[in-house]
Design a protein around this ligand. Structure first.
Ligand code: CA
Length: 361
C-alpha cells in the first residue's frame, strides 16, 4: 500500500469510528477547510521577502494536510502594497505581510515593532518580542485595528546607504537629498539632509539622474540587484537607522478567532520558523554580494566616521523625544522598548559585544 493511500484510509477510519475514538482530544472545527488570501507589500519575486512569504504559505498547507491553504499575492496584484493594513483590518483578505513602520502615519508607535535608529538588532528584537513582553504589547497596540501581528522576517543590520560623494563629517551631509524613510529620515534631516521617500522601483533612476544624492535600500544582496553601484560609488556602513528591522505577518482578528486551535498553533510556529529562515538568508547571502560589489564593480565600502555616528545618535535622542511628545502611545511603547534595550545592551556588553571584541584582540 502506498503511503498516501494509507493516510487516506486512516482518515476514513477515523471519521467512521469517530465515536470509538472519543477519548482522543477533539479539535474544534478540525474537519473544516480554510482558503485564505495573503497580500504583501513586496514586488513579485522579491528575493527573501516575497520568497519567504511563499515559503510560509507552502509550509502551512503541507503541515495542515491542506486544511489551511493560503494564496499569496504580491503588492499590487490584488491591492496596492500600502493598503495591506486596511485590507486585513477590514477583513477583505485574511492575512498581510510587510513592515509595521509603513503604518507610522496611522500608528506612530508601530515603528518600534520594525526598527528605530540605534535600536535593537535582530537578536535583541526577537528577545524583546518572544521573551521580553514586546509581542504582547504589539498585540495590544494592533487590537483596536482588529489585527493580530506576528514577527516574520528580519533583514539583520542594513547598510547605511549609497552616496555619490564621500562623507567625512556631519557638515558633508548638509544639503544632500537622500531617499531614507521613517524615523531615520527625521533624524538625518537634523543634519541638514532633505529626506525623500521613493518606492524601490524609482530609486535607481533618481540616483542615476542626480535627482537624489544618496539612498539607503536594504543590504548588499538586494542593493546589487538594484544596480545602485552604477549610480553611486560610496557604500557606507553600518545601517544605524535600521539595525535589525522586523517584518510582520498580520492576521484579521475575526478570521483568526474562527481558526481551530491546532491551525492557530501551526500559523504561529510557522511564522516563527519563517522569521528565522529570512534572517538566516540575509546573513548567508550578503557578504558574497558585498564581495562582488567591491571586486567586480569597484565600489568604495566605507564606515561612517565616528563624528557622523555620534551626531546621528544625538539627533536620534532628540527625534524620539519630540515624537513621544506628540503621541502618548508612542511614549508608552518607547518606554517599554527603551527599558528592554538597556538590559539587552548591558548583557550584550559582556556577551555578544565582548565576544566580538575578544576575537579582534
Ligand atoms: Ca532600508
Amino acid at each position: 500500500m502506498k503511503r498516501r493511500d494509507f493516510i487516506t484510509r486512516i482518515g476514513a477510519v477515523t471519521l467512521a469510528t469517530g465515536g470509538a475514538l472519543a477519548a482522543a482530544p477533539a479539535v474544534h472545527g478540525a474537519g473544516r477547510r480554510f482558503r485564505w488570501k495573503l497580500v504583501t507589500t513586496w514586488p513579485p519575486n522579491f528575493p527573501i521577502f516575497q520568497e519567504g512569504v511563499k515559503h510560509f504559505a507552502r509550509q502551512v498547507r503541507r503541515m495542515s494536510g491542506g486544511r489551511l491553504t493560503i494564496q499569496v499575492f504580491a503588492g499590487g496584484e490584488l491591492i496596492p502594497p500600502l493598503q495591506t493594513f486596511e485590507a486585513v483590518s477590514q477583513g477583505s483578505v485574511e492575512m498581510g505581510h510587510g513592515a509595521a513602520y509603513y503604518w507610522a502615519g496611522k500608528i506612530p508607535a508601530a515603528q518600534f515593532f520594525t526598527a528605530v535608529p540605534f535600536g535593537l538588532n535582530a537578536q535583541g528584537m526577537n528577545a524583546w518580542f518572544y521573551s521580553g513582553g514586546g509581542l504582547e504589547l504589539w498585540r495590544e497596540v494592533y487590537a483596536p485595528h482588529r489585527l493580530v501581528p506576528f514577527p516574520m522576517g528580519n533583514t539583520g543590520v542594513q547598510m547605511g546607504g549609497w552616496f555619490r560623494k564621500e562623507i567625512r563629517s556631519v557638515a558633508d551631509l548638509q544639503g544632500l537629498k537622500m531617499r531614507i524613510p521613517g524615523l531615520g529620515g527625521k533624524v538625518i534631516a537634523k543634519a541638514g539632509v532633505n529626506p525623500v521617500l521613493l518606492a524601490g522601483g524609482e530609486i535607481y533612476t533618481a540616483l542615476e539622474r542626480g535627482t537624489i544624492d544618496a539612498t539607503e535600500w536594504v543590504g548588499p544582496y538586494h542593493d546589487l540587484r538594484l544596480g545602485l553601484y552604477r549610480a553611486a560609488k560610496y557604500y557606507y556602513y553600518p545601517g544605524w537607522h535600521e539595525p535589525g528591522p522586523t517584518l510582520e505577518l498580520i492576521v484579521n482578528k475575526e478570521a483568526w478567532e474562527k481558526l481551530p486551535k491546532d491551525l492557530r498553533l501551526l500559523v504561529e510556529n510557522t511564522a516563527m520558523a519563517t522569521n528565522l529562515w529570512m534572517l538566516s538568508e540575509f546573513e548567508a547571502r550578503n557578504l558574497e554580494a558585498l564581495q562582488t560589489l567591491k571586486d567586480k564593480y569597484r565600489v568604495q565600502v566605507r564606515a561612517f566616521p565616528a563624528e557622523v555616528l555620534q551626531g546621528l545618535r544625538r539627533f536620534t535622542a532628540q527625534t524620539l523625544e519630540e515624537e513621544a511628545g506628540k503621541d502618548a502611545l508612542f511614549r508608552r511603547v518607547w518606554e517599554h522598548y527603551r527599558a528592554f534595550q538597556a538590559t539587552h545592551d548591558a548583557w550584550s556588553a559582556i556577551s555578544e559585544s565582548a565576544y566580538a571584541q575578544a576575537r579582534k584582540t
